[in-house]
Ligand binder design. Structure first.
Ligand SMILES: Nc1ncnc2c1ncn2[C@@H]1O[C@H](COP(=O)(O)OP(=O)(O)OP(=O)(O)O)[C@@H](O)[C@H]1O
Ligand SMILES: O=P(O)(O)OC[C@H]1O[C@H](OP(=O)(O)OP(=O)(O)O)[C@H](O)[C@@H]1O
Length: 203
């Protein structure tokens, strides 16, 4: 059997992915506080690379990994040439427009929207026929809505706790997201037996 290399997003998705693999009988040699960027399954059939969430599909597309686990939100935002093989049903969230009120605020100028999902936001408002100004941020997006750096935000919501604790409301839902197993095109053919076996295990 050939070894499969899988790019995992560090952080929340990685914990959920490791739990999922463990629950399917795949034991993984991973120490919580380790700074190692590569580790393996105990049986040596899988090698995991720890990367930023935004970089998973880049590793997979560029032959750095055979497979990856990435949120549909990020895959939609950074369109990469990878196969979306399987919905893993973890990392579930919704990409929404949110603001201080339940409706879009009236603004004398273009609506200012803060987000890290620039492309999703662009496309969503273009379809509505609204021209907007995007303020690109890298985290704590809600804050921009709270302090008025932007009129509204586009970000992901899961439990809704972050919006609630910061006095923000959902104005509109854009799309649902969950984590997908994605594959490199060449690997999908050259390591098809191994990939198929893994998919069967994860089902
Ligand atoms: N609160 C959440 N609940 C469920 N899933 C989430 C939540 N936040 C993020 N996700 C999912 O997990 C993926 C990774 O999120 P995470 O917060 O770990 O990384 P990030 O903040 O996008 O990346 P980085 O911190 O590396 O810039 C997201 O793309 C999304 O699909
Ligand atoms: O609806 P909730 O369950 O509260 O989850 C939503 C929050 O989770 C994510 O934040 P994350 O912890 O990844 O922080 P960041 O985006 O600011 O990096 C997301 O950007 C929201 O802020």
């Amino acid at each position: 059997m050939k070894q499969l290399t899988i790019a995992l997003a560090k952080g929340r998705l990685m914990d959920e992915t490791i739990k999922l693999f463990n629950s399917k009988g795949i034991a993984i040699d991973y120490e919580e506080n380790s700074r190692k960027l590569i580790f393996e399954s105990k049986d040596g059939t899988l090698k995991f690379l720890i990367v930023r969430a935004q970089d998973v599909a880049t590793y997979v597309e560029g032959n750095g990994a055979d497979l990856g686990v990435a949120g549909l939100d990020v895959l939609t935002e950074n369109k990469k040439d990878v196969f979306e093989l399987m919905d893993l049903n973890i990392g579930k969230c919704t990409v929404v427009v949110a603001g201080k009120t339940r409706n879009y605020p009236d603004t004398p100028t273009q609506l200012k929207v803060a987000t890290k999902f620039v492309n999703i936001t662009d496309e969503f408002f273009a379809k509505k026929g609204m021209t907007i100004e995007i303020i690109k941020l890298y985290g704590s997006i809600e804050l921009a809505g709270v302090i008025g750096l932007a009129d509204c935000i586009v970000d992901i919501v899961s439990t809704g706790q972050t919006l609630k604790e910061n006095g923000l409301y959902i104005i509109e839902k854009i799309t649902e997201s969950s984590a997908f197993l994605v594959a490199n095109h060449v690997s999908y053919y050259t390591k098809n037996e191994e990939i198929t076996k893994l998919i069967e295990l994860l089902k």
